[in-house]
Design a protein around this ligand. Sequence first.
Ligand SMILES: Cc1cc2nc3c(=O)[nH]c(=O)nc-3n(C[C@H](O)[C@H](O)[C@H](O)COP(=O)(O)O)c2cc1C
Length: 343
Amino acid sequence: MSEWMSALSLTKPVIQAPMAGGLVTPRLASAVSNEGALGSLASGYVSPQALEKQLIEMKELTDRSFQVNLFVPEERQMPEAELVEKWKARIPRAKDAKPFSDLKEEWNDFEEKAELLIRYGVKACSFTFGLPPEETAEKLKKSGCFLFGTATTPEEAKAFEERGMDAVILQGIEAGGHRGSFLPVKGEPALGLMALIPQAKDALNIPVIAAGGIFDRRGVQAARCLGADGVQVGTPFLLCEESSASPAYQKAIAESKGADTRLTTLFSGKQARGIVNQFMKTYEADEGKTLPYPLHNTLTKPMRGHAAQSGDAEYMSLWAGQSAAKLEGPTDVKTVLEELCES
Ligand SMILES: Cc1cc2nc3c(=O)[nH]c(=O)nc-3n(C[C@H](O)[C@H](O)[C@H](O)COP(=O)(O)O)c2cc1C
């Protein structure tokens, strides 16, 4: 058994990916942890108060390790007013979006959430969208929290190692949801796991966890052959009865084929992989011309919320990795984990 697994008392080398947007509930994450893998809560778009409620619930549902994911605050600049107005006029229901000035508070709750993790003795924490400040990483580590960073290049992985992380999650281009990229690159921050795992493994002295497109034992074994010490898996858990993904979202995943997903900035202003739908097709020519993250996300929120409520998959963000084509669902946590590793 790898050391990172012993540190977290895991019997399976699998992390259920944190998936922000209300998709992962304590019920799902605790079911994963209770099976001997690492369940994860996503704190993105969740207030500190709501996160605390989930932590309390989590403690009632499992006494095993689980992870909480934190979005690292990025430097943000307000875009030109003209661009804001242009998008407000074009995105369906954008007039119902929260005013940007109200977002200030939301952008600054990172430290408050880190304090909650310490207060509740959370055993593991992962960071995405950048490096955590040194003092925060140190405080969490001192509290006994195992730290994971999310990297999309070997350079980002190295930067996390130097920031004191205990392990790095390598997010391949196959992965569903937002890219964790944060350092500039000469080419594209778009490495497939086949290239990324060995490059990062050879450059690092800490465990590396592979994420992106993995859904069964073949993927786990391939990742391990390339040097990965474990895997992080997201999309397959969206089809579990324990997940709170909407039926329309689950149907879109179950019906998707081969190359039905792509990276887009159109929903949030940051690159993320999802199943192509009408919204993505309509605004395709505007890829890369959106407002910065998370402002664009705020503008599309009322549209996405309405679509989710009315079961209209054409206007929801259908985040999914390249494994989506092989998923059928419905399923449950136990079955997903059995597909990934022998019990
Ligand atoms: C719906 C969805 C939401 C996600 N949200 C987060 C998140 O909040 N934080 C994070 O670090 N990663 C997030 N990810 C990325 C995952 O951590 C992971 O990289 C990805 O799920 C792996 O690819 P797979 O979905 O093909 O298994 C999300 C992925 C999906 C599919």
